[in-house]
Design a protein around this ligand. Structure first.
Ligand code: B1M
Length: 211
């Protein structure tokens, strides 16, 4: 079994120390950080998602797997971030109200930082007021919202409406993402764009911020 398969399996088992070990081993074998992320950590998390859905895993197991995922991500982050010089601009990112999922958002953050953007992560369970306040305070080029639950994704529209009511909707480009979100949904809530994954989020931000 190759290192990435061992890494994926360790993540599925929620073995934090093994995940750290195999992530480091893959790096020592010169595997690119993005490959380790996609074929090791995210591949493992996909299996965790299926087991959770099918009732084979419960919250404690998923939390342990999330902890293992973060441990691996922490080792990869400096490499995903890379050496960026001057900031390409500011992006504010948050997970919407009622939603505590942040693994995907952290990956989006790391990849945007890798592309030279300054990213301000305003956390999880973020209400419309805080999104509005952050846009006022940081004047980002782009505001990104993440949601992993079908029950919370609708809140993206609440945030966009709040920005509209405050008269600052047109001051910022808005992008949305997260497993239940798609292009059509993004359009329906009035966002400027949707990205299915972190790499495409970077391309989208570049496109939206191109002069
Ligand atoms: Co939750 N959970 N969870 N969970 N969880 C899901 C999302 C679920 C699909 C599992 C399932 O049933 N198969 C399901 C949602 C069902 C639905 O809404 N239809 C679910 C549920 C039900 C719940 C609870 C309600 C469970 C309960 O309490 N009974 C609860 C809700 C808590 C809350 O938020 N209020 C809950 C809790 C949790 C944990 C806390 C245990 C943990 C989160 C830990 C954390 O994030 N710190 C957790 C996890 C880990 C998952 C799964 C297993 C994995 C999510 C993940 O991290 N994926 C998930 C199942 C699944 O998605 N397969 C599940 C890996 C990550 C890299 O992918 O987040 O999709 P993802 O991000 C991608 C893209 O979506 C995109 O780029 C990322 C990288 O490529 N992207 C963006 C994300 N944000 C973006 C923003 C952008 C652009 C792209 O622009 C701004």
């Amino acid at each position: 079994m190759g290192t990435l398969e061992k890494l994926r399996d360790a993540l599925i088992e929620g073995k934090v120390e093994e995940v750290k070990h195999y992530t480091q081993q893959a790096l020592d074998e010169n595997t690119p950080a993005k490959t380790i992320l996609d074929q090791g950590l995210i591949a493992g998390m996909d299996v965790v998602g299926v087991r959770f859905k099918e009732g084979e895993y419960f919250l404690p197991e998923v939390l342990l797997c999330a902890k293992a995922m973060h441990a691996g991500l922490d080792l990869l982050k400096p490499l995903l971030v890379g050496e960026s010089g001057q900031s390409a601009g500011t992006v504010v990112l948050g997970t919407v109200k009622g939603d505590l999922h942040d693994i995907g958002k952290r990956i989006v953050k790391a990849m945007l930082e890798g592309a030279g953007y300054e990213v301000i992560d305003i956390g999880v369970d973020v209400d419309a007021e805080k999104f509005v306040e952050s846009v006022r305070k940081h004047k980002p080029l782009v505001l990104g919202m993440s949601a992993l639950l079908t029950t919370t994704m609708r809140y993206m529209k609440t945030v966009i409406d709040a920005l509209q009511n405050e008269g600052i909707r047109d001051k910022v480009k808005i992008i949305v993402g997260g497993a239940p979100v798609n292009e059509e949904f993004a359009k329906s809530v009035g966002a400027d764009g949707y990205a299915p994954n972190a790499s495409e989020a970077v391309d989208l931000v570049k496109r939206l911020t191109a002069a």
